[in-house]
Design a protein around this ligand. Structure first.
Ligand SMILES: C[S@@+](CC[C@H](N)C(=O)[O-])C[C@H]1O[C@@H](n2cnc3c(N)ncnc32)[C@H](O)[C@@H]1O
Length: 287
């Protein structure tokens, strides 16, 4: 009991002091994930497609589009393929993720290697649409949505797809257990959960607070199953779904077996090991 109190007090203290997984940790993790990120796109890209819906894209003028936290450029590439008259700025802070986009020789796209918040603060450009795929959890939405407003033209839109609370169900508990049992290996915790909306209602509320109205918003969920717990852990690592978690520990390789053991106990269902991805996606327009 005493050990538990000490553990949680230490963790709480780190959270208050903001000694948590930070921007630089996520950047390094995405550099590693860049070579295997296609696993995520193969499974989840079909849902990203729902926000790249030409129905919302005016075709009577050249559009200025910002692909924010663009990663390997899934959204930008899809837009270019649709032959829309546009000029895209694609921003991300992971140089390795961007490498996959830089090979693209297309004069309609400009690739910017920069922290997203710094970019929004410093740019003098205005955009008609911001696309924002699978990265909300890395930002404070209050700071971000104010900046989105600043860089959007009147009536501008945000197309977003994001994880929501309840995604990767049980994984946080698994990490907490392993952190507790290996407390001497823990450097710092993650606070990503606080940046996730509670589904489409929560997402709409967040946008409404900053002067955006809903055009369309939906909830979604995908279940991915594996034969072995090791495969589930590998999926979390190679897709970026658990980006940042490796930095919790001094030596992640020492911890992997403990994580596999906890996954084996907690995630077994009907002969398989199952993980859920809960998300919301939609289009929001500046009032
Ligand atoms: C899950 S990937 C999404 C990539 C892309 N939007 C997509 O839909 O495939 C998350 C991306 O957010 C980027 N990212 C996270 N925090 C960022 C920040 N502060 N500034 C710029 N990019 C950031 C990461 O480098 C990573 O490429």
């Amino acid at each position: 009991m005493f050990k538990k109190i000490v553990f949680y007090t230490k963790l709480g203290y780190k959270l208050i002091k903001k000694d948590v997984i930070n921007n630089e940790d996520y950047r390094k993790e995405y550099n590693k994930v860049s070579t295997t990120y296609t696993h995520w796109l193969n499974e989840m890209g079909q849902f990203t497609d729902k926000i790249i819906n030409p129905q919302y894209i005016l075709k009577d003028k050249k559009l200025k589009i910002l692909d924010f936290a663009c990663g390997t450029g899934y959204i930008s590439k899809s837009l270019l393929e649709k032959n829309i008259d546009c000029e895209i700025t694609a921003v991300d802070y992971s140089d390795k993720m961007l490498e996959k986009l830089k090979n693209l020789k297309d004069s309609r796209i400009k690739v910017v290697h920069c922290d997203g918040i710094e970019f929004l603060k410093n740019t003098e450009e205005k955009y008609d649409i911001i696309y924002f795929g699978w990265a909300l959890s890395y930002f404070n939405y209050k700071e971000l949505f104010k900046l989105f407003k600043k860089v959007l033209n009147d009536g501008g839109m945000v197309g977003i797809i994001t994880n929501v609370q309840g995604t990767l169900s049980g994984i946080e508990d698994i990490f907490m257990k392993v952190m507790y049992k290996n407390h001497e290996e823990v450097i710092k915790p993650m606070d990503i959960r606080f940046n996730l909306p509670s589904g489409k209602k929560g997402l709409t509320k967040w946008f409404n607070q900053y002067g955006f109205e809903k055009v369309e918003v939906e909830d979604g969920q995908v279940l991915v199953t594996f034969d072995k717990p090791e495969q589930l852990l590998k999926w979390l690592n190679k897709t970026g779904a658990a980006a940042g978690t490796a930095c919790i520990f001094k030596d992640y390789d020492l911890i992997k077996d403990h994580l596999v053991e906890e996954i084996r106990k907690a995630k077994y269902k009907n002969g398989k090991y199952e993980i859920n991805h809960r998300f919301a996606y939609g289009i929001f327009k500046l009032r």
